[in-house]
Design a binder for this molecule. Structure first.
Ligand code: PGA
Length: 253
């Protein structure tokens, strides 16, 4: 059985106090309103990791994640954060290859392989992001584009390593724009991703792979998106900064 996962990507938002408030509210709502059926991941900025982890406490449902890690193990890389550091602060997940990292920080598919390897070596599950820009969608080559991203970054992994990967499909034209992919568009791509992974690693791996949708996912569209056979949850940006919206999205399952 594949996991249902809802992950909140705070991006570069929130002071210490705001991060504490948001986390406390989410922890309390989850305790009061949800059974532990969905895996919830909070991905705050690095500087919040320790304090968020403390507030999560011994929750069985909520896990800690980061938004990025280095492709290097350690050393003279000023400003970088290693996967080993994240693991030592109690992180279980790390987002890798978000489109904002690819676009603004020029992360290439090859560099992302290094990050995925570092995450896996340190026991973290990568939430590997893929997704096409608008012009590719308009040319109707989005499936080829996304499967190529997966091939170039992930297909050197072993079967055991691939089992630890979570995929997030995030069409770039839907991120932070208020434009959501329709549930049919999401399902088409999620099914293609599962097929592509299955062709390489076999159905037992691809059947268990959690594929999340990201891109303007909100309480009012989450239920429709999550109702699709190959949509196993969401990677939530803007709406994860409001505790009520984030928990309502989780409740959409
Ligand atoms: P959004 O961001 O929900 O604000 O569109 C999603 C993401 O970038 O992970």
């Amino acid at each position: 059985m594949r996991k249902k996962i809802v992950a909140g990507n705070w991006k570069m938002n929130g002071t210490y106090e705001e991060g504490q408030k948001l986390t406390s509210e989410i922890v309390n709502m989850v305790k009061d309103e949800l059974k532990d059926e969905v895996t919830i991941v909070l991905n705050p900025p690095f500087v919040h990791l320790q304090s968020v982890k403390k507030l999560i406490g011994d929750s069985k449902a909520i896990f800690l994640g980061a938004q990025n890690c280095s492709d290097k193990a350690s050393g003279a890389y000023t400003g970088e954060i290693s996967a080993a550091m994240l693991a030592s602060f109690g992180a279980s997940y790390v987002i890798i290859g978000h489109s904002e990292r690819r676009e603004y920080f020029k992360e290439s598919n090859k560099e992302l392989t290094g990050k995925v390897n570092q995450a896996l070596e340190n026991g973290l599950s990568p939430i590997f992001c893929c997704g096409e820009p608008l012009e590719i969608r308009e040319q109707d080559t989005h499936v080829e584009y996304v499967t190529q991203q997966l091939t170039e970054s992930l297909f050197s992994l072993s079967e055991e390593q691939m089992k630890k990967i979570v995929i997030a499909y995030e069409p770039i034209w839907a991120i932070g724009t208020g434009k959501t992919a329709s549930s049919e568009q999401a399902q088409e791509m999620h099914a293609a991703i599962r097929q592509h992974i299955g062709n390489k690693y076999g159905a037992s791996v691809s059947d268990d792979l959690s594929i999340l949708y990201g891109g303007s996912c909100k309480p009012d569209n989450a239920q429709e998106l999550f109702s699709k056979a190959d949509v196993d949850g969401g990677l939530i940006g803007g709406a994860s900064l409001k505790s009520r919206d984030f928990v309502d999205i989780i409740k959409s399952f």
